[in-house]
Each structure stands twice: as C-alpha cells, then as structure tokens.
Design a protein around this ligand. Structure first.
Ligand code: CA
Ligand code: CA
Length: 299
C-alpha cells in the first residue's frame, strides 16, 4: 500500500504543489498525519505563544491521482483512522466562540486509550475520530489549509470519519488530494476552535468518477447523505448547504423542485460543522432511508 509520510506536508491547497506521490483510481493509500499544531503542543506548559504559526494545519500530501481531470469527481472512501495516544487542545481569549468569554489561555493534554478520550478526572468521552482538513487543489490560486471552501479544506465536519465516502471536486489534473487535522472527538461548531487535536493515520481508497454527478463537497455516511458548504457567515453557509442538497434531489435524484424543498423541510437536518474558521461550514443531512425509497444509488 502506498504510504505518504507525515513529513510530506503542505500548508495551502494549490495546483502549484509538487505531488508527494502518484496513485491510480481504485488504489488504497495511507496518509500519516500530524496534528494541527505539528506536534508543538506536547505538554500543558506549551501555549499559543510558543507556537511557530508557520506550521499550523499541515496537510499530508498532495497525492496526484492518475487519470483525474478537471471536471471529474474524486471519491475518497475513508476505510480506517488510527489515532496517536494523546490529543491536545487550547482555549484562549479572542479565539472562536468561547473565546468571547475566556479570561486566560489554557492548554489541555488528553490521553486517548481504549476508545475513550479522558477529558478530566470525572469526564471521559467516546472516541469519534474525524478528519478536519481534507481537500483537493482549487482551480486557481492557493487556499490556506486553515480555510474551507468548495475544494474541501478545513471543513471540520465531524461526520467525515471511518466508513464514510467523501466526494471532492477535481479542479486540476491529478486532483492533488491532501489531508490532516484529525480530531479524536469534536462537537458540532468546534466552538473553542479546537477538537481533540491529534496525529494519526488515515487509510483511504480513491476512485475517479467522470463528470460531476453530485454537488461537491458531498458526504455519504452509514445513515445519511450530506451536502457541505462553506461561506464567510453561518447564514450563507446554511443557505448554501440547503441549496446544494435541494440541487442534489432535483438534478441527481430527479425530484420536482417544489417537492425537493418540502422533503428537505420534513426529513433533512441542517447542522453546523464549524463556526470558527475563516469560512464557516454547514451541512444538510438527508437520511439514506429516504433516498432508498426513491431508488437512488450513489456513484
Ligand atoms: Ca480544523
Ligand atoms: Ca483542528
């Protein structure tokens, strides 16, 4: 299996990034990933002040997928996520939503063992491993790995986990897939700007689909299909996710526009992925049980 080492990273998604490796459609690839701090928060004595900010949000890659051309879709099946034994997070004044009230900065180191994240002496949380940053190169320019947009990137969608399929746009030859910023657990919103930030290994299978049969980025989990959309504000992100899922129902699943809107209102859940990054991200989740009744099958 092709392995991309965790010292092969980019800090922006761009067509100008030299490929770390080539892979073919149908190949399985293991991405070793650093945490979003590049391992610089190793103890509770470490703080934002000691960080080298040029090493924030490393994304391992990019991998050039042979045969992927602009206008195609890259299906990334997330087969397995393995996590390091320790996660870190920081809350600080002025950062994110909870930073509105934070009086001073605090760092927490969280042991991750036996499927549980130890938060403190009293609270343990089940591991819910997810990928914060995953995307392809945009058609033009370079987009920081800290920013989510139509190419994917820092979407911080907690549903992007093991056993899911993420569909991303191919904007440039080879797609240039990169990923990082794993979280051992994170709530919708990511309100202190951190999940349980952790290094790890992600095993994926990549498949090139000709054309664009879905609104992208698009995620299919074991129980739901979801359109993901990022925009400068939460209102626009929510509208975009709704518009994208409505377009999926009309264009991909062949539903009349008025029924698509009505069905979303009854059966779909509009959720916040994160409310703290340079673009905010929302998703609209439609149960697969609804799509199964319509006879729709994903590519
Ligand atoms: Ca993130
Ligand atoms: Ca993160």
């Amino acid at each position: 299996m092709l392995t991309i080492k965790r010292d092969t990273v980019v800090y922006a998604m761009s067509a100008d990034n030299a490929p770390a490796a080539h892979a073919g459609s149908g190949d399985t690839i293991l991405f070793e990933t650093m945490d979003c701090f590049s391992g610089q928060i190793a103890s509770e004595a470490d703080s934002l002040g000691t960080l080298d900010w040029d090493r924030i949000n490393p994304a391992t890659g990019p991998v050039y997928i042979d045969g992927a051309e602009a206008g195609d879709t890259l299906k990334v099946e997330i087969l397995r996520i393995d996590l390091a034994p320790q996660a870190a997070l920081i809350e600080s004044p002025g950062s994110g939503v909870t930073g509105l009230w934070a009086q001073e900065e605090h760092t927490k180191i969280l042991p991750v063992e036996g499927g549980m994240v130890t938060f403190n002496d009293r609270v343990k949380l089940p591991v819910r491993a997810m990928i914060g940053v995953i995307g392809t190169a945009p058609a033009e320019g370079a987009i920081s790995t800290g920013t989510p947009d139509l190419h994917g990137g820092n979407m911080d969608c907690r549903r992007i986990g093991e056993g899911t399929a993420l569909y991303l746009p191919v904007n440039v030859p080879g797609a240039l897939l990169a990923m990082g910023d794993l979280h051992a657990v994170m709530g919708d919103g990511e309100v202190c700007v951190c999940g349980a930030e952790i290094a790890g290994e992600v095993t994926v299978r990549v498949t090139v689909i000709k054309g664009t049969p879905l609104p992208l980025p698009f995620l299919v989990t074991a129980d739901a299909a979801m359109a993901i959309y990022s925009a400068p504000g939460l209102d626009a992100a929510a509208e975009g996710a709704t518009q994208r899922m409505r377009a999926f129902l009309t264009d991909a699943a062949g539903m009349a526009p008025h029924e698509a809107g009505m069905l979303l209102s009854l059966a779909a859940d509009l959720r916040i992925c994160q409310a703290v990054d340079p673009n905010k991200t929302c998703r609209m989740e439609l149960p697969l049980s609804v799509l199964a009744q319509m006879g729709y099958c994903f590519p």
